[in-house]
Design a protein around this ligand. Structure first.
Ligand SMILES: Cc1cc2nc3c(=O)[nH]c(=O)nc-3n(C[C@H](O)[C@H](O)[C@H](O)COP(=O)(O)OP(=O)(O)OC[C@H]3O[C@@H](n4cnc5c(N)ncnc54)[C@H](O)[C@@H]3O)c2cc1C
Length: 415
């Protein structure tokens, strides 16, 4: 049997590292500070709406290949649902216009040449500047590479990049925007199908992973918060959990898969992102209209995306820092009035819950992006994972899972 790997943090980064390492014969112990696995990607029962809800609506795209491989590994790929082609219905609350963006499946973007498929009010040439984003220099912000104005920006580029980077796009790192466009729009409609965990994040991404890990002999220790790492010259020699210290054998290793503000005080001289952006989600207990799409993009409102779930309608607002401190009931009413206008649901406010994640993601600016460390450290048995490590992607499920996979390779060597 191979050595034991201790994984600190049971978010998607920690769980993906655990899956890779157990698959390669390592014995794994996952230590999680809270009473549940999943981290920022979790489901829980909410008394206000009387339903199991997700901390936030999470959208995946069919081009998120590491996330889809993770789901296949845990036998849950069929729990993500979405349309068979890349379609994005939108409503503009300002003008009342509605349209559906329809990308064609292949790589050649002929949807741009079809006025019925492309963004209404745009011309073919409007799309050319997007190529500039693909070639952006390191350190540039999106606003330095393309003009953040005009119909195409407002109706496609802004909603896409705001959702993917969780930052007002002009401030966003062009390198990250470029990675998103390269792996989605530029890869063709087959990579852009929107996918959601219809039955919830927990039963799709987390619980099946925990069952698989258990079957492979891994141990999950909840409410087991790492307080300190003890370092020898070249390696971590012990893990300090407060009441308990675990000494590491010569070949044992550690994957630190905690948020950056937890990792920094644990590891000497570690540079990490220090600024964050919020995401606000609202959940309403009401059956969505039968003809409502699973995801509806909203322009010119507070609301950005409306999701239809069984018995529930939920809303996502990215870079929602401006909404963090306001009165919750006022926000719920504003959001619901927009949802009612967009979906035709009754104006009366249904039971609701608002979840405001203050530090949902690191702020995807060029300066913060430059602070992301790689997976390897100067200690031979310590690897870092997390959506904030230098994955080349914004803080997403795909990035978190790739970071876990990469940390596993650092510890175990390439597969
Ligand atoms: C509201 C919201 C909406 C989002 N929407 C999307 C989306 O639509 N699409 C998408 O791809 N991504 C989305 N994301 C981002 C996605 O959720 C994250 O990128 C991903 O979950 C991060 O996983 P992680 O493992 O890197 O970090 P985390 O999930 O933060 O996991 C870190 C874990 O470490 C634990 N921990 C902390 N300190 C200690 C300690 N000392 N000892 C032991 N354990 C510790 C924490 O409790 C946590 O469980 C969203 C995030 C939020 C918050």
């Amino acid at each position: 049997m191979n050595a034991t790997v201790h994984i600190i943090g049971a978010g998607l980064a920690g769980l993906s590292a655990a899956l890779k390492l157990t698959a390669r014969g390592h014995s794994v112990v996952v230590h999680e500070a809270t009473a549940f696995a999943g981290g920022r990607c979790r489901s829980y029962h909410d008394a206000a709406v009387g339903l199991t809800i997700d901390n936030g609506n999470h959208l995946l795209l069919s081009g998120n290949h590491a996330a889809l491989a993770y789901l296949r590994d845990i036998g849950a790929a069929d729990r993500l649902v979405g349309p068979s082609h890349a379609e994005f219905p939108f409503v503009d609350l300002g003008s009342g216009e509605r349209w559906t963006l329809r990308f064609n499946d292949g790589r050649l973007p002929w949807w741009i040449f079809d006025a019925k498929r492309r963004v209404p009010g745009t011309r073919v040439l409007d799309y050319l500047p997007l190529v500039r984003l693909l070639r952006a220099a390191p350190g540039q912000a999106v606003g330095e590479v393309i003009t953040c104005d005009g119909v195409l920006y407002k109706r496609l580029v802004e909603p896409l990049l705001l959702a993917a980077l969780n930052i007002d796009p002009p401030q966003g790192a062009a390198r990250l925007a470029s990675a998103v466009i390269r792996e989605t729009l530029a890869a063709g409609g087959r990579a852009c199908r929107p996918l959601i965990a219809r039955e919830g994040l927990g039963s799709t991404l987390i619980e099946p992973a925990l069952s698989h890990l258990q079957q492979r002999g891994a141990v999950l220790r909840l409410e087991h918060q790492l307080r300190a790492l003890r370092f020898a010259a070249e390696r971590v020699e012990a893990l300090d959990f407060g009441g308990e210290t675990i000494a590491l054998a010569e070949d044992d290793a550690v994957v630190l898969a905690v948020p950056p503000y937890v990792a920094a005080p644990l590891v000497k001289d570690l540079t990490v992102p220090t600024e964050f952006r919020a995401i606000v989600n609202a959940h309403f207990r009401i059956a969505p209209p039968a003809d409502m799409p699973q995801i509806l993009g909203v322009l010119n409102g507070t609301v950005e995306w409306i999701f239809a779930f069984p018995g529930r309608v939920s809303v996502t607002i990215s870079a929602g820092d401006r909404l963090i401190d306001g009165a919750r009931d006022v926000l719920a009413k504003t959001i619901w009035s927009e949802v009612a206008a967009a979906t035709g649901l009754p104006a009366e406010l249904p039971p609701w819950q608002i979840v405001r994640e203050r530090r949902a993601t690191f702020a995807a600016t060029p300066a913060q992006d430059a602070k992301r460390p790689g997976a390897a450290t100067r200690w031979r048995n310590l690897a870092l994972a997390g959506d904030w490590t230098d994955t080349g992607l914004p803080a997403t499920i795909e990035g978190a899972i790739r970071s876990g996979n990469r940390a596993a390779d650092v510890i175990a060597g390439p597969p």
